[in-house]
Design a protein around this ligand. Structure first.
Ligand SMILES: Cc1cc2nc3c(=O)[nH]c(=O)nc-3n(C[C@H](O)[C@H](O)[C@H](O)COP(=O)(O)O)c2cc1C
Length: 185
């Protein structure tokens, strides 16, 4: 069997009991064996500051390396105030630099938003679709996925127990695997 494509799964929430993190972990379990999903959390990524670009902090370099070593990037994000959380925007700013050398370039991108509420974080997903095109590889357009009502989807061990969610996550990660294959020839 061919070596699986390593995928950086960037988690847009720092919360210990984050639904976003649980969705990332569920996707890692559901992924076909053509992908190897590596969860990337953002607790250690310091604020982007253009003054530091000549001598970047080690945590920026570590994040960029994780992205550069991947063959695709999946963003899993909640919605904060109709946009993406600040920690995720900061990580994108860090990963997008130096100018013209974004670590996201040529990486096939997937976007998964979620919310315990009814709208599935759709505005966060749309924010990413606005932010990424100048600094990333091609973004998968279909299927779209905005996961609503995620509050009752996991048990107290963080395992996915909602079958309807499992079904759409499986469909999505299979489609993303085909997309990654197509764009990593
Ligand atoms: C600052 C803040 C703003 C929020 N804004 C939204 C919002 O615009 N839309 C939404 O659906 N949920 C919103 N929420 C609720 C989040 O969807 C909810 O807290 C969710 O659990 C966060 O994701 P996580 O579980 O991965 O940490 C907001 C929560 C916070 C803390």
């Amino acid at each position: 069997m061919a070596t699986p494509h390593p995928i950086a799964v960037i988690v847009g929430s720092l919360r210990k009991q984050s639904f976003t993190l649980k969705i990332a972990n569920a996707l890692a379990k559901l992924a076909p064996d053509t992908l190897k999903l590596n969860i990337v959390t953002l607790h250690d990524v310091s604020f982007f500051n253009q003054d530091l670009e000549a001598t970047p902090p080690a945590d920026w370099l570590a994040l960029r390396e994780k992205i550069q070593k991947s063959e695709g990037v999946l963003f899993i994000t909640p919605e904060y105030n109709r946009a993406i959380p600040g920690v995720l925007k900061n990580a994108i700013d860090v990963g997008s630099r130096p100018y013209g050398k974004s670590s996201f370039l040529e990486k096939p991108i997937g976007i998964v938003s979620n919310s315990p509420g009814p709208l599935g974080g759709v505005n966060a997903a749309k924010s990413l679709q606005n932010i990424l095109p100048g600094i990333s590889g091609v973004i998968m357009g279909q299927p779209e996925i905005y996961l609503n009502g995620v509050g009752d989807a996991f048990d107290d061990k963080g395992e996915l127990i909602k079958d309807s969610l499992k079904t759409v996550l499986k469909q999505y990660i299979d489609a993303y695997a085909a997309f990654v294959k197509k764009h990593n020839l």
